[in-house]
Design a protein around this ligand. Structure first.
Ligand SMILES: NC(=O)C1=CN([C@@H]2O[C@H](COP(=O)(O)OP(=O)(O)OC[C@H]3O[C@@H](n4cnc5c(N)ncnc54)[C@H](O)[C@@H]3O)[C@@H](O)[C@H]2O)C=CC1
Ligand SMILES: O=C(O)CCC(=O)C(=O)O
Length: 526
């Protein structure tokens, strides 16, 4: 079938000559109940390449000054696209831990660097009993596409340490984190210019401070940029305002963009806007809790929360701050009095938006057919298996893909990394100056008008005053995040229209990312 590209003015027909081939080993993945995570990401990438490959080849062939013949171009394009199948480097380390009770235990950890088409590589560090090599490889690949999607100059990486953090004391977690950092340093898997970790599931500011401190006190003292070795650090140790809630805030911006697209909401039979949308969230950790907070503020009703140890339901909506207070007080969502305990599977309960924000592969061949949500907002990395994706697409569900929707975290990590390299916080040099400039501008308008009208005074209104008062680092970060999420959403939407992809926003986002990665590899030389 020819590929129809609708442009602003006309419809361009591209003959499908080259037919990017999805490898045989991935062909049946849409029927698999339990696919490998890395294979799933790879499958999605190939699916996008099948749409994109012809265009990449033809673009180069028709580029002014191109000296390669068709066969050479095709071979090169395919080589670059298939190179994305591989994870560039995977480190697996095992080291001993002396536990508080005097016993010893061997700890396993990984760091995978999927693509080094840009450096440093960027990606979080997770603590979870489920960590394995396949998982970190898949998560590192997602980081490659995530950074490209929102236009960050990074390759993709990810670490995991195979522990349940709840089973260890704080001093034990500190020893594990510091020792793991040393192992990464010994193999050149960490550094401001080669690989920069950040928080992921089971870790946060505290772990990032231990990591940065270990680097600083050993090799980093010779490196003036040592703070840029991790992101997601506490403010007092080189962090940036707004990194902790950034993933949740980005999810809110992304969702807000898509639910305001009339054309798509009509297709789904939903009204536009977040107000009164009924949402179910899986996971009440960093991502779940923070996205719930922003969605609640926007007037959406989070009617259900599913956690590891129980589920809550209230058709009138659950207050995120209230639930968090209960969690902090009791250590669990269980027993929360303003919602009822829910015994069934909340993921398949009726709602407008389902927001998985806990872990991967929760929407699978087993439950996809029972999902009633009209929108799946992928807050977690990899929550949907290819089989579930195919079923949900068929059912006409709009899926906003993980590596776009949860990119707010790494976007603000990028701002933190730049802040550390610049050794100055955003706005420090310019804010007072721009506030003074605004006041001079108002005075100048007033002076000009006074020449014509004697009795006039111009005062900044409340909104303008607030804007000048609030213009600190946090607001600059949020504005940068908002801009990034909205601009990227627009690009993804344009690609859906351009390639007639229906509701397949995942393929559109991959086309966007792969095009950027392809261009950088092709430009640098392969
Ligand atoms: N922290 C970040 O900035 C980012 C995180 N992500 C992804 O978002 C997801 C969640 O990450 P965080 O919120 O940081 O982790 P977290 O550790 O802060 O929270 C995860 C929550 O999910 C719950 N949970 C785990 N398995 C569950 C299950 N099967 N059912 C119900 N609840 C379950 C846990 O009890 C925990 O409360 C992960 O997939 C992570 O890779 C993605 C982008 C950035
Ligand atoms: O902030 C970062 O650098 C990475 C966050 C992360 O691990 C993710 O987006 O999955």
């Amino acid at each position: 079938m020819p590929l129809l590209l609708s442009t602003y003015k006309s419809l361009v027909v591209i003959p499908r000559r080259y037919k990017h081939k999805i490898p045989d080993r991935l062909k049946d993945i849409t029927k698999s109940a339990n696919p490998k995570f890395f294979d799933s990401v790879e499958y999605y990438v190939h699916k996008a390449c099948a749409v994109l490959e012809d265009k990449l080849i033809l673009d180069i062939l028709h580029k002014k000054g191109n000296k390669m013949n068709e066969c050479e171009v095709k071979t090169m394009v395919q080589a670059i696209l298939y190179s994305l199948e591989h994870c560039a480097l995977v480190l697996e380390v095992t080291f001993p831990l002396k536990r508080d009770n005097g016993k010893y235990e061997m700890i396993k950890g990984y760091r995978a660097q999927h693509s080094k088409h840009m450096e440093p590589c960027k990606g979080g560090l997770r603590f979870s009993a489920d960590v394995n090599s396949d998982e970190v490889r898949a998560l590192s690949a997602l980081m490659t596409y995530k950074c490209a999607c929102v236009g960050l100059p990074f390759g993709g990486s990810k670490s995991g340490i195979k522990i349940d953090p709840r089973a260890y004391s704080v001093p034990e977690l500190e020893r594990i984190t510091r020792r793991f950092t040393l192992e990464l340093m010994k193999k050149n898997f960490i550094g401001p210019n080669c690989d920069v970790p950040a928080p992921d599931a089971g870790t946060g500011e505290r772990e990032m401070a231990w990591l940065a401190d270990t680097y600083w006190k050993t090799v980093g003292y010779k490196d003036i940029n040592y703070f840029a070795v991790t992101t997601g650090k506490p403010i007092a140790f080189g962090g940036i305002h707004g990194r902790t809630p950034a993933t949740g805030k980005g999810i809110y911006y992304g969702l807000d963009f898509f639910v305001n697209q009339e054309k798509y909401m009509k297709k789904l039979g939903l009204s536009t806007g977040l107000k009164d949308k009924r949402i179910i969230i899986q996971g009440f950790g960093n991502v779940g809790k923070n996205s719930m907070r922003y969605l609640h503020r926007a007037g959406a009703k989070v009617i259900g929360v599913q956690e590891r140890d129980g589920s809550l339901f209230n058709e009138q909506g659950i207050n995120p701050d209230d639930l968090e207070n209960h969690l902090v007080k009791t250590g669990s969502v269980k027993g929360y009095s303003k919602a009822s305990k829910f015994d069934g599977d909340l993921l398949t309960h009726d709602c407008d938006i389902l927001l998985p924000a806990a872990t991967e592969m929760v929407l699978t061949l087993k439950n996809a057919d029972k999902i009633k949500a009209k929108i799946i907002a992928e807050g977690a990395n990899g929550p949907t298996s290819p089989a579930a994706d195919a079923i949900l697409q068929k059912k006409g569900v709009l899926i906003i893909p993980d590596f776009y929707l949860n990119a707010g975290g790494v976007t603000v990590s990028y701002f933190e990394w730049i802040k550390n390299l610049n050794h100055v916080s955003f706005g420090r040099l310019s804010l007072q100056y721009s506030n003074d400039t605004n006041r001079h501008m108002l005075q100048s308008i007033e002076d000009s008008l006074k020449q014509k009208m004697s009795d006039i005074s111009i005062e900044p209104n409340e909104a303008f005053c607030n804007r000048m008062k609030l213009a600190g680092e946090e607001n600059i970060v949020h504005a940068g995040l908002h801009f990034t999420m909205e601009k990227t959403a627009q690009r993804i939407k344009d690609i859906v229209d351009k390639y007639n992809l229906g509701l397949d926003f995942r393929s559109a986002a991959y086309i966007h990312s792969v095009t950027r990665i392809f261009n950088s590899i092709h430009t640098a030389g392969f």
